[in-house]
Design a protein around this ligand. Structure first.
Ligand code: TNX
Length: 543
């Protein structure tokens, strides 16, 4: 490796043993209350190169700055995307060309100067990567294309915020010299978007995918059906969408994805190494389907469409064979359209289904998922039914104090399931930040950014420990959300907090340090046109 050996410099160098982190945090607080600005009196002198200190979210396992070294993009810089590097090179070029205006050709081989070189390496595995910024080049290595894509997201954050602008900006485009080694704590780092309560177009979903991918999110859970709308076309059951998808909360016009639309979303996500998990909720949350086909109802009568926000009033008719004929078609078609391993069967808040019927239902639906070669995912309640080992139970109840949630999550684990943590009072992006938040709900409490950040998935639920936890997911329910601005206002800055919980080692995480790194994301969101909540807990730069 060219250049001087890396040193652990004050502000961000950290090797993540508990004590070192604390030292780094204190130094960071002293130095960089305004990222990129010269250090104030009492701090160390600002770096002579005036290159912004790296403020990376999620925190990498190890990030060492190399003092006095930097790399500057030029009109001649090339991106070398070596064989096997997947979409990482073209994605990076797409981001950088818009703001820099540089041609940044992507080639499969190239020299060693003025290049960003993406290569596979046997030293890394999975999503792990290694990134070295030297004077001559930027070198990113990973064991997989997916790892390179995650590393590209770190690389972006080393450049000035205006690099995120969709239009040309002046530069200079300088990155500090760093050596980063990084790999994720958890395999599942998800977002969920409720497209049922309000419908979001393919383009709106794609926009959210890109925003989440920047923080190394790798799972996209789509809540495709609920009382207020059925959003995915199913061959043989056209009224699910033409009628069941025709409205939304508040009586709006609704909408739905054709199977081609859904495939577009799946492909767009896959190009960002994000796996789509489609959810068809049941036995509750099924009014839109029940309204579409009278024969699905136990009494043979279709209820009216529903545009309110109550939960728990609807149920599939557990005893009728047609219920499972429908679900066989739905899950079979979704399995065919979905390359990812999971189909999410919902299972939450089935207040109008008896416990015996609930267990019968899970016992019938889980095998349909298996028959189509997929694994079962569901809300934690599915633990009350019989589920195959290897299933995923998504814990959504509020942490502690929720006996039901704890019990069903434990029951799921006892059957060999893994848990994805989405505790509503920490991970729900639809909760209000404070009592003045114009959007969202508050049934799980007010969730400020620190609340979303300060918890550990491995210690939240008694009896569910690190080895039982597959990861974390931030659900965004859309009863009160209509536009992309609404999505972004609720997701930012809390989504990056959940993303860091999913990616970074627990010992490396401290709120006092995170809030400074988060503050540095603000100008990036401003440059990108992301509408975000300026939490008073975060020292956003004023300029
Ligand atoms: C609970 S949590 C729900 C959703 C609502 C959400 C609103 C869960 C699995 N179900 O039906 O949209 O609260 O915050």
């Amino acid at each position: 490796m060219a250049g001087p050996p890396p040193t652990e410099s004050g502000t961000i160098g950290r090797m993540f043993s508990g004590r070192r982190v604390l030292a780094a945090t204190v130094a960071a607080a002293a130095l960089v209350s305004v990222p990129g600005a010269p250090a104030s009196a009492g701090g160390l002198p600002a770096s002579p190169a005036a290159v912004a200190t790296p403020h990376v979210v999620p925190a990498p396992t190890s990030l060492r700055t190399v003092p006095g070294v930097s790399f500057t993009l030029t009109r001649k810089t090339r991106i070398v995307a070596r064989p096997g590097s997947g979409t990482a090179g073209s994605y990076l070029a797409g981001v950088l060309r818009r703001s820099t205006g540089y041609p940044l050709p992507v080639t499969v081989s190239g020299g060693s100067r003025d290049v960003i070189d993406l290569a596979l390496s046997r030293n890394e595995k999975g999503e792990g990567y290694r990134l070295a910024v030297t004077k001559a080049s930027v070198r990113l290595e990973a064991g997989t294309a997916e790892g390179l894509f995650r590393g590209v997201q770190t690389l972006r954050q080393l450049l000035p915020p205006s690099v995120e602008s969709p239009t040309r900006k002046p530069g200079p485009w300088t990155m500090p010299g760093v050596q980063v080694e990084d790999s994720p704590r958890f395999a599942w780092r998800g977002i969920m978007l409720d497209v049922s309560r309000h419908f979001f177009t393919v383009q709106q979903v794609e926009r959210y995918i890109d925003q989440a991918a920047a923080y190394k999110i790798n799972m996209l859970h789509l809540h495709l059906s609920d009382d207020q709308g059925w959003r995915i076309a199913i061959n043989g059951w056209p009224r699910l969408t033409t009628y069941g998808g025709s409205t939304a909360v508040g009586g709006g016009k609704g909408g739905y994805y054709t199977q081609a639309d859904y495939t577009r979303i799946v492909r767009y996500a896959a190009e960002r190494y994000m796996t789509v998990v489609p959810e068809i909720d049941g036995p509750g949350h099924t009014n839109a389907a029940l309204a579409s086909y009278a024969q699905l109802n136990c009494d043979g009568k279709a209820p009216p469409l529903y545009t309110g926000t109550e939960v728990g009033f609807s149920s599939w008719c557990i005893a009728k064979p047609v219920t499972y004929e429908l679900l066989d078609d739905v899950l079979g078609q979704l399995a065919r359209l979905t390359p990812g391993p999971y189909l999410h069967i919902g299972g939450d808040e089935a207040h109008s289904t008896t416990p015996a019927d609930y267990a019968t239902f899970i016992g019938k639906v889980a095998p349909i998922v298996g028959k189509y070669g997929k694994k079962v995912a569901g809300w934690n309640e599915i633990g009350a039914g019989k589920i195959p080992a290897g299933s995923v139970a998504q814990y959504w109840n509020t942490a502690k104090g929720s006996e039901d949630g704890t019990q069903t999550a434990r029951d799921a684990v006892a059957q060999g399931a893994k848990v994805v943590m989405s505790p509503a009072n920490h991970a729900y992006l639809d909760m209000k930040y404070d009592e003045n938040t114009p959007l969202g709900q508050d049934w799980a409490g007010l969730v400020e950014v620190q609340d979303s950040y300060d918890w550990d998935p491995a210690t939240l639920v008694d009896g569910v420990t690190e080895k039982n936890v597959l990861g974390v997911e931030a659900p965004l329910w859309s009863e009160t959300l209509v536009t992309s601005d609404d999505i972004e206002y609720m997701a930012f800055p809390r989504l990056p907090a959940i993303a860091e919980i999913g990616w970074s080692p627990q010992a490396a995480r401290a709120w006092s340090d995170f809030r400074l790194r988060l503050a540095a994301q603000g100008p990036r969101w401003t440059a990108a046109g992301v509408h975000f909540y300026r939490s008073p807990q975060v020292p956003w730069p004023t300029s």
